[in-house]
Design a protein. Structure first.
Length: 374
């Protein structure tokens, strides 16, 4: 019988849609703002794919034993997906923290599992790394607000497929992935401070997301030309949502407006309507209105949605319309993807599929290209 560990950080990702840019120390505030618990849902998506993949080879989920913490940290989701569950000897906590994750990971490692799956973000990866180091094969299910570490599958579904491949013995090579995390307090003030915390052992696979890459100083002029192109196309009485990133920020500076480097700002008639807007406000501002969204892919990873811009939720995207979303990226940023397509991981598979195919990308003033979206 295959032995798999599963740990879910129940609060991971809650701060994204409400504009908190993370959940560390802010879970109660996120709940008060109406933030949904998305991490258990994403873990369930991964386990559903794993169960379906195993069934396709004649193996039932019951033939895989999942070692899980009690309650929302793993037991509830794993049991609902039909897996045989062995609950760890840990207290059932109403509110969990990093210490709970580290204790669970340590117990799972001692059980000699073949693979440890964990759902969360960079902070969760830090806790896993502190508990098991490089000695345990792991795979992250992306569920956090900020996911810079290349220790996560590209999507929850990709994590399920990769786990199934690993169980069937189709993935034999292991690789090391860096665990990176940022200072969330500085991040909320618009400053990115990334630190290296160690490495985790992963199944070698193209389904693992790449490490986030920053922008080069030489790209500044190209970013400015992209902004000028987008501004020239702005229409009267239309709401514009300007996503986070150094590529999109020149739109705000060229208009002479205040902005949040890592948030979503709203502009109408070239005036600032709202700075650093959460999902609730974006839904209200785009409802029954002519609206546009301007975003840039995450450098080195290629994500259009689902990494750092959770405020632009599936609901906001559907109200605005995919046809009203524009992407801006310099040729240098596109080149760093090495031919890999853009990715979308909004948390809603139906919305994700709306982007499949190709999208237009502004690469300079009056310069565009088309680029594939997976």
């Amino acid at each position: 019988m295959t032995r798999i560990g599963l740990i879910i950080n129940p609060i991971a990702g809650m701060g994204g849609r409400v504009g908190l840019k993370g959940t560390d120390g802010l879970a109660e505030k996120a709940r008060a703002l109406g933030a949904p618990a998305l991490s258990p849902q994403k873990a369930a998506r991964a386990l559903t794919v794993l169960a379906r993949s195993l069934a396709g080879t004649g193996r039932a989920p019951g033939e895989v034993r999942l070692f899980v913490p009690p309650g929302d940290m793993g037991e509830t989701v794993a049991a609902s997906c039909g897996f045989r569950v062995q609950v760890l000897d840990l207290p059932r906590a109403a509110v969990t923290n990093g210490g709970d994750t580290r204790r669970a990971a340590g117990q799972i490692r001692s059980r000699g599992v073949d693979l440890l799956l964990f759902a969360g973000g960079d902070g969760t990866a830090r806790d896993i790394c502190a508990a098991v180091g490089e000695d345990q094969t792991v795979m992250g299910i992306p569920a956090g607000v900020k996911i810079h570490s290349p220790v996560f599958a590209q999507t929850p579904e990709a994590a399920g497929h990769l786990a199934a491949d690993f169980i069937r013995g189709n993935v034999r090579q292991l690789c090391l992935g860096d665990v990176l995390d940022i200072d969330e307090a500085a991040y909320r003030r618009g400053r990115v401070r990334t630190r290296f915390y160690g490495c985790l052992s992963l199944p070698g696979s193209g389904r693992v997301q790449a490490r986030k890459a920053g922008s080069e100083v030489s790209e500044t002029a190209a970013q400015d030309l992209i902004a000028l192109d987008y501004i020239d196309a702005m229409e009267k009485d239309t709401v514009y949502l300007i996503g986070p990133g150094t590529t999109t920020r020149p739109v705000m500076t060229r208009l002479g407006l205040d902005y949040s480097l890592l948030g979503v700002d709203v502009v109408e008639n070239r005036r600032l309507v709202l700075c650093d807007a959460p999902e609730k406000e974006l839904l209200a501002l785009t409802r029954n209105r002519s609206a546009r969204i301007f975003i840039t892919p995450i450098g080195g990873q290629g994500y259009l949605f689902g990494r750092g811009n959770h405020q632009i939720s599936p609901g906001v995207i559907q109200q605005t319309g995919v046809e009203n979303i524009r992407v801006g990226a310099t040729m240098e940023k596109i080149g760093r993807l090495k031919g890999q397509p853009f990715l979308v991981d909004t948390g809603d598979p139906v919305t994700d599929r709306m982007f499949s195919g190709y999208t237009r990308v502004i690469t300079g003033y009056r310069r565009e290209m088309v680029y594939p979206v997976l």
